[in-house]
Design a binder for this molecule. Structure first.
Ligand SMILES: [Zn+2]
Ligand SMILES: [Zn+2]
Length: 169
């Protein structure tokens, strides 16, 4: 039981890390290396197939920038965890591999058919696709909670926009 509890704890921490890196990757600036890599994610053409390209099986995501984006945002902290606490790190690395290769493209994250209640809790389908339309919201991966807690969900982001545009009195 304790093991499961701690595993979930590391998982949640990992989702927070990926959220923060993703937010940093959208800070404008010519010298933002994270942004330089992450723009490949936003420029990626997902096509129709539900199956990943062959290179994905080898954890190569189309380009060095696209691959580094994944390595920095997700893989790196898990490799560190696997060194320090292999019993948790290796399980999360296995999850990360399966999710990234088989689910992160058209199956879950970028599947426009996934709508409704589930996207309020898990940032897949419409939730993540909104981020592709508006860089200022919906940065979370795996759990939407960070966008709601840190006020970067779509509603909060558009409310901020309205306040910004409103004339000051
Ligand atoms: Zn992004
Ligand atoms: Zn995406």
């Amino acid at each position: 039981m304790r093991f499961l509890f701690e595993l979930v704890g590391w998982f949640v921490l990992w989702t927070l890390y990926s959220y923060l890196i993703h937010r940093l990757a959208h800070v404008p600036g010519r010298y933002n290396f994270l942004r330089y890599c992450h723009l490949k994610h936003h420029g990626y053409s997902y096509g129709e197939s539900m199956w990943p390209p062959i290179a994905d099986y080898f954890f190569w995501f189309g380009s060095w920038r696209g691959s580094l984006d994944v390595y920095i945002t997700f893989t790196l902290p898990l490799v560190v965890l696997a060194i320090v606490k292999p019993e948790y790190g290796l399980i999360l690395l296995a999850f990360h591999y399966i999710y990234e290769v088989f689910l992160s493209k058209n199956v879950l994250d970028h599947n426009p058919k996934i709508t409704g209640k589930i996207t309020r809790f898990i940032p897949i389908g419409q939730f993540h696709l909104k981020h592709h339309r508006n860089y200022r919201c919906n940065y979370s991966f795996y759990l939407t909670i960070w966008d709601y807690l840190l006020r970067t969900n779509e509603e909060a982001a558009s409310a901020r926009r309205v306040r910004k545009l409103a004339p000051k009195v």
